[in-house]
Design a protein around this ligand. Structure first.
Ligand code: LMR
Length: 399
């Protein structure tokens, strides 16, 4: 029965890390997978997380199952993190329900299954390019996947005109996926005016907007990074937000995220929750507790929260510092090209729009690992490798 099974291709991101680990060269540099790397070249456990874990170790009294939708205090804290400071009816009119999910990926998968099973939406539009796993997740849930243009490789900027004209043809009930902030892989987000135009089109065309929020806090700040979502909520009463705590809490291997469905009213929200529960029960029954307990403790405790917010700010500032240094170093070493676009990008990544040969050359000849068409994890750069990386990129660009 298993004889005819073919070998699947390696995952372009997680598979790349495996190739990197097996690479024996001493000077290899991993700028691939999107995890924060500190000055000591570690992906550290945040102090706020360690403190929450110490508290849990002392006070946790049971390993009993969580409910199907997860830890109640975590789900509520997520809702307040998303909408607690925005002045709208989502909280006051009880128009949303949140379920805990195994990471941002798990949240997207729950959302996609929820859409397929409970709505007339059968098609989803994702940006080109986008995070490589989006297509897998939506196809696996049974959605048909289409793309809209996003990146202009000549100007290294958002291709807003093409994006807008392409989305003008999207049918009512179709799902349109947006990266709430820190677009992965390009690091380019729409500005407020562009979000406003898109939200208007969405309301007029009656799409279902789905927001992937994997990097909250990595662009401008926890609230600032929700700008696009808030603009959409003003004109669109039904939408879905899938957020991840992998990056902003450094809880990568705890697989913790959430799926929040926003509806027109409390009754619709309650019905939606009941269907989300059916999907979860038939998949993994109920979620693991540890990541949710940690996030909930931190978000609900003043001292821990303030420690976490400072740690998040430090990660953001350190990446921004590296972004500037990277752009300056490239510019100093190659005056004939304009690298200023790097400073206009945001989040963990810089995106160079390289071709496949250039990415492979960087890996084979220089030991520098990038994802896809030249996505660079800026936190993997350091004072001691930035010159080497910049010069290698310049040499590669010239061929
Ligand atoms: C990434 O984009 O590198 C991360 O989100 C890791 C992943 O799961 O792909």
């Amino acid at each position: 029965m298993f004889k005819s099974i073919k070998m699947a291709p390696d995952d372009p991101i997680l598979g790349l890390s495996e190739i990197y680990d097996a690479d024996e060269r001493k000077n290899k540099i991993n700028l691939g997978i999107g995890v924060y790397i500190d000055k000591l070249k570690n992906t550290p456990v945040l102090t706020s997380v360690k403190q929450a874990e110490e508290w849990l170790l002392k006070h946790e009294i049971s390993k009993n199952y969580l409910s199907i939708e997860g830890l109640h205090s975590f789900n509520t804290a997520t809702q307040y993190l998303l909408f607690g400071t925005d002045d709208n009816s989502i909280i006051s009119k009880k128009r949303m329900r949140t379920v805990q999910a195994p990471g941002g990926t798990g949240a997207l998968r729950i959302a996609a299954e929820f859409i397929v099973k409970n709505t007339n939406s059968k098609r989803i539009w994702i940006s080109s390019p986008t995070w490589i796993n989006h297509r897998n997740i939506f196809l696996a849930a049974g959605l048909k996947v289409y793309t809209y243009p996003y990146y202009n490789s000549v100007t290294n900027s958002l291709n807003f005109n093409e994006l807008y004209s392409s989305l003008k043809d999207v049918n009512p009930n179709d799902v349109v996926l947006f990266h709430c902030c820190c677009h992965n892989p390009t690091g380019i987000d729409p500005n407020a005016e562009q979000w406003d135009i898109l939200s208007e089109l969405s309301a007029k065309k009656q799409w279902l907007p789905l927001f992937d929020l994997a990097y909250q806090g990595f662009s401008r700040g926890l609230q600032e990074d929700l700008e696009g979502l808030y603009i959409f909520c003003k004109k669109n009463s039904e939408l879905i937000v899938c957020n991840s705590y992998s990056k902003n809490f450094g809880l990568y291997n705890e697989r913790i995220g959430a799926c929040t469905v926003i509806t027109n009213n409390n009754k619709d929200a309650e019905h939606a929750l009941s269907q989300l529960r059916v999907i979860i029960r038939g998949n993994y029954s109920n979620p693991p507790a540890h990541g949710a307990s940690v996030v909930s403790l931190i978000l609900n405790n003043k001292t821990l929260r303030s420690t976490w917010e400072t740690e998040l700010k430090n990660m953001r500032e350190s990446i921004n510092h590296m972004r500037k240094l990277f752009a300056d170093t490239l510019q100093t070493n190659d005056k004939n090209r304009d690298f200023s676009f790097i400073e206009r990008q945001c989040g963990m990544f810089s995106f160079m729009g390289l071709n496949e040969n250039q990415v492979i050359r960087l890996r084979n000849q220089f030991g520098i690992y990038l994802v896809g068409a030249g996505r660079i994890n800026l936190s993997g750069l350091s004072d001691d490798n930035i010159n080497y990386v910049s010069n290698s990129i310049i040499k590669t660009l010239h061929t």
